[in-house]
Write a protein that binds this ligand. Structure first.
Ligand code: CMP
Length: 137
């Protein structure tokens, strides 16, 4: 089934010059770009995006990190796009993510793990509406 998913290339990806490399992996897989924007977010947008994590111990430094510089927000579309993007991203902790995945090849961190992908159809709908309201619906 064709799906859309919200992807963030976090500030570490922009700082490290990995935006092209990461987008290339999604494009090479066959996913299509529906929306793409460089954006610097404030704490309010970070809290809205990570609403399910705001009470967690790891959240305050995560908020500092995701607001620390520009990130790239994108909507990708394709067959089973939500699962496909999560497989390409790899496990959350870059130290444990499998080689061949974005995090496994390019990240050594649990926090600065380069990418975010929606984790379910419900999350994708919520996150796409939050980041790209014109696409909601
Ligand atoms: P993401 O896929 O964007 O979803 C939640 C984010 O929180 C995750 O990627 C990491 O950036 C961060 N995260 C999750 N668990 C931890 C943790 N234990 N320590 C630090 N950061 C974390």
């Amino acid at each position: 089934m064709t799906q859309r998913t919200l992807v963030l290339l976090k500030p570490d990806a922009v700082r490290r010059g990995l935006v092209g490399e990461i987008l290339s992996r999604f494009e090479a897989k066959g996913l299509s770009l529906v929306a793409l924007e460089l954006r610097t977010i404030d704490a309010e947008q970070a809290d809205a995006h990570y609403a399910e994590h705001v009470e967690r111990d790891f959240y305050p430094p995560l908020r500092t990190f995701v607001t620390s510089g520009p990130l790239v927000a994108a909507v990708l579309e394709g067959d089973e796009a939500i699962e496909v993007v999560r497989a390409l991203n790899g496990a959350t902790d870059g130290r444990k993510a499998a080689p061949g995945t974005i995090r496994g090849d390019l990240s050594l961190s649990n926090r600065e793990n380069l990418v975010h992908g929606s984790d379910s159809p419900e999350s994708a709908a919520r996150e796409i509406a939050l980041w790209f309201p014109a696409l909601a619906g």
